[in-house]
Design a protein around this ligand. Structure first.
Ligand SMILES: Cc1cc2nc3c(=O)[nH]c(=O)nc-3n(C[C@H](O)[C@H](O)[C@H](O)COP(=O)(O)OP(=O)(O)OC[C@H]3O[C@@H](n4cnc5c(N)ncnc54)[C@H](O)[C@@H]3O)c2cc1C
Length: 324
């Protein structure tokens, strides 16, 4: 076994005692993400920083001693990108999991990288806002990992992917310097777009230690549709027809014969054996109702906060509907 005593001594000088882990029973379980087919090395140490300064200390130490660093979120990745390489520092960001700010006026959240995706949406829900990029792993994956991978989600065709929601980043570079990119405003067009460069860089350019992300009004409740087809071709033709007709469902999931049979036997869905393809589509309720409700809120009258949402109206902002 290699001697990492110098590295460990230097790391411990700037980290809490319980933030430096070398117990192989523990480090072993952090060597892999969810891609079982990818190789993983043996790390020198696993560290759990709690502050930006601690991450800076780790990166400075690693650079001085020429030790590779692998940042990790929740390790739900499916490409082995969070896997250990031999002799590395595994840098887990899961303890940096605070939501630092939720601003319903500017519709942004400022978060640490270890915040779990679903936790952010739950916290924003009290303002009727959501963080919309929703990988299927959203109950466990972290915002730092989402930024690392540039992740998409089930509803990304309608609502977009991570890159479209990250407005600004705090990133610790290899030499320990803290870089701040981007903005907190809805509009921001000046200068090089370093934020966009960093999203999807899988930790190769630096360690994300903070992010400003955009929140959006929570979409209305979803309606679901399931349609069965005699062939995958027929299901694909239906997808094309839906898009060509100008609809944008929030989700369209196509299942082929093998998947349909597997789910049918697992969940007893009662689908006939002749089902060769299943298309599941979700979309929200009629947005026209929202617009009418917004118009009602624009009417002069008593303080809005005391009024419950009202029924759709033919006029908006007390002007004729055709003006709006
Ligand atoms: C059941 C399941 C469903 C999934 N569904 C989807 C899906 O719908 N869409 C999708 O895109 N992905 C999906 N994934 C893949 C995965 O969940 C996402 O890629 C997710 O973004 C990874 O987040 P994580 O916190 O687990 O990151 P990790 O797996 O820990 O890390 C992912 C990458 O980001 C880097 N990284 C992590 N934290 C930081 C940081 N703070 N700074 C810099 N780099 C960092 C890592 O080095 C690595 O390269 C799914 C995975 C599972 C298991």
């Amino acid at each position: 076994m290699s001697d990492h005593s110098d590295l460990l001594e230097r790391l411990r000088a700037g980290l809490p005692q319980d933030a430096v882990v070398v117990d192989p029973d523990v480090t072993d379980s952090y060597r892999h993400d969810m891609a079982g087919f990818c190789e993983a090395g043996i790390p020198a140490v696993l560290v759990f920083p709690d502050t930006v300064e601690q991450v800076q200390h780790i990166m400075r130490t690693a650079t001085e001693l020429r030790v590779p660093v692998v940042p990790q979120g929740a390790r739900t990745g499916l490409s082995g990108a969070a896997n250990a390489v031999d002799g590395c520092i595994l840098l887990s960001l899961v303890r940096m999991n605070r939501i630092l700010e939720l601003d319903p006026v500017n519709r942004i959240a400022v978060v640490e990288p270890g915040v779990v995706n679903a936790e952010l949406s739950r916290a924003a829900a009290k303002y009727r806002l959501s963080y919309l990029p929703d990988p299927s792993s959203w109950e466990t994956c972290t915002i730092g990992g989402n930024i690392g991978t540039g992740s998409g989600g089930l509803c990304c065709v309608k609502y977009g992917v991570t890159a479209e929601y990250v407005l600004g980043l705090d990133v610790v570079l290899a030499d320990g310097q803290l870089l701040r990119t981007g903005r907190r405003t809805a509009k921001g067009v000046a200068g090089y777009d370093l934020t966009r460069l960093l999203v999807g860089s899988e930790g190769s350019l630096g360690v994300v230690v903070g992010a400003v992300v955009a929140l959006k009004p929570t979409p209305p409740p979803q309606l679901a549709l399931a349609a069965e087809f005699p062939s995958t071709d027929a299901a694909c033709a239906a997808v094309c027809a839906v898009m060509e007709a100008g609809h944008t469902p929030s989700l369209m999931e196509l299942m082929d014969t093998v998947t349909v049979r597997a789910i049918n036997s697992l969940a007893q869905m009662g689908l006939p054996d002749s089902t060769a393809a299943l298309l599941v589509a979700f979309d929200s309720l009629d947005p026209a109702a929202d617009l009418a409700a917004a118009g009602e809120l624009c009417r002069p009258g008593p303080p809005r906060s005391s009024r419950p949402p009202t029924a759709p109206s033919p006029t908006c902002c007390s002007r004729p509907a055709d003006w709006c």
